[in-house]
Structures are given as C-alpha cells and as structure tokens.
Design a protein around this ligand. Structure first.
Ligand code: FES
Length: 276
C-alpha cells in the first residue's frame, strides 16, 4: 500500500513532516489490522440506521396493557404521543411528522455518545482513519486534534453527562411505571426484565463516564481528606475500567428493548407474564 499523496509535501504535522522517518509504505504491518476498524464501523452504522428509522416511524413504541415505553420515545411530551405514554405530561403541541417524538432528549443522548471518550477513539480510528490502527499512517496531511472547530466541541462532554444523568432518572421512572398489570395494579413480565436490565446498564455506562470519574475524584490534592469522594471515585473507577464494554453493551440493550416493545406492541407475540 503506497503512502498517501498529501504526505509527500514534507511539511506540516502529518507522517511526512520533516522530522518524521522516511517510510514509503503506508504500513509495514502484515496482519489484518483493518478488521477492528471495519467491525467498529459496521457496529456503529447498524445502530445509527436502526435508531434513526425507529425514531421517525412513530409506531409501536408503547404497550398500553403493561405500560412499556421504548427508551427511544422517552420522555414523550408532545400531544402527538399516543394516550398514556406521556409520563411527564404534554409540554408541546403536535409535532410535525419530521420531528421524532423523543426529540426533547435525542440530541443530548446523541451528543453524549458522540463526545464520549471511548466512541471518539472508535470513530476517529474506524471512520476518520486518524489513524486507522497502530503503525498505520493516516491519510490526513495535518493533525490539529481537538484544538479547533469542529472537534473542539468535544470538550462539552461533561455537560452532556449532566443531561444523561437526568435522562437515566427518566428511564428509571419509566421502568418503575412498567410494573403494571393487564387489568391495573402490579404486574410483572419478561418485558420488565428487559427494560430494567437496560436501565441498570445505562446507569452503569453513564456512571462509568470519564467526566463522572473526574467530577467525583478530580482536582483533589489529598484523597485522605475527602474519604467520601475517594470512595465514590474508587467505585466509579471500577466501572470506568469497563467503559468500552458498557458502551457497546448499552447500544445492544437499547436496540433489544426497543425491538421487544415494538414486537409486543405490534402483536407479533404476547409478553410472557409472571404476575398478572
Ligand atoms: Fe464515555 Fe463519558 S467518556 S460517556
């Protein structure tokens, strides 16, 4: 594989900058270094396509018998939402068909994931090829990192984290309301297991955030003088070690939860009930 043409310039900060070693090949690696970026791209693209379609279809997002609400439509605060699905009331009138019913939080959730330190690594490597893999030259002539627009916006991740905490509370509230029986009162089915598992994992992903770790234990000179924050920091650190795993797992549980609600709501199969 030949070196990128823009690296022939011999200036700037790319791999052909004056102080870099002169290597004609883009990489000397002979293993399948391209496989992880390819799988990452396919995984992310699959989720984006599925989530986009589901966010706009406006059907099968609510199971009235059991009060199951898909997380993609929560909170549903428009008068366009189907009866019963607006757990927090109606804040807006009808949404035109091109606005998703979950539009209130979808931009923040998207922003939270897009600016996540793990996802940045994933799509910088697999989509932006910056660089595609260790010891594989990137195709870009210059490297400016996150020091200018648009990537400097990545630094607002902490604020998306605060909103994500609120959304996790909303999802938890939805999960509690979903313990609803067919004829009212308490009920419990397979849908509850899936919804609760999704909420628990979303909490784990959110709390494992690098910003959360910094908020709990950052800027301290002496842990010994802040035992409570130190304890919180150690717990968050344990989760933080699994942040990549949680990032992928929650993409899967979000799709699974939405798919389950959609299939039960559409009458494809009934929800197996353990109580009522
Ligand atoms: Fe991934 Fe904050 S670093 S969610």
């Amino acid at each position: 594989m030949s070196a990128p043409a823009d690296n022939e310039v011999g200036t700037g900060t790319g791999v052909r900058a004056p102080r870099r070693a002169r290597i004609a090949e883009r990489t000397l690696r002979t293993d399948r270094w391209w496989l992880p970026p390819l799988l990452t791209t396919l995984g992310l693209a699959t989720f984006v396509v599925y989530a986009t379609i589901r966010a706009f279809v406006r059907t099968a997002y609510w199971v009235p018998e059991y009060h199951y609400l898909t997380p993609f439509y929560s909170p549903c605060v428009s008068t366009s939402c189907v009866a019963g699905s607006s757990h927090f009331g109606h804040w807006f009138g009808d949404f035109p068909s091109w606005i998703p019913l979950g539009a209130l939080v979808l931009p923040f959730l998207l922003g939270f994931r897009l600016t996540c330190y793990y996802y940045r690594k994933a799509y910088y490597r697999s989509v932006w090829f910056s660089p595609p893999a260790c010891a594989v030259a990137e195709p870009h002539a210059r490297y400016t990192g996150e020091t200018r627009l648009p990537l400097i916006v990545q630094n607002v991740h902490r604020y998306f984290f605060y909103v994500a905490m609120i959304v996790s509370v909303v999802n938890t509230y939805d999960a509690v309301l979903a313990f609803h029986g067919r004829t009212g009162g308490f009920g419990f089915g397979l849908g509850n297991v899936i919804i609760v598992a999704n909420v628990v994992l979303l909490w784990a992903y959110t709390l494992s955030c690098h910003s959360c770790r910094h908020i709990t234990g950052g800027r301290l000179k002496h842990f010994s003088k802040h035992p409570v924050r130190y304890w919180m920091w150690t717990q968050v650190t344990k989760l933080n070690n699994r942040h990549m795993l949680l990032a992928w797992t929650t993409l899967g549980t979000l799709v699974l939860t939405d798919l389950y609600v959609m299939l039960v709501s559409s009458g494809v199969f009934p929800d197996p009930r353990f109580v009522n």
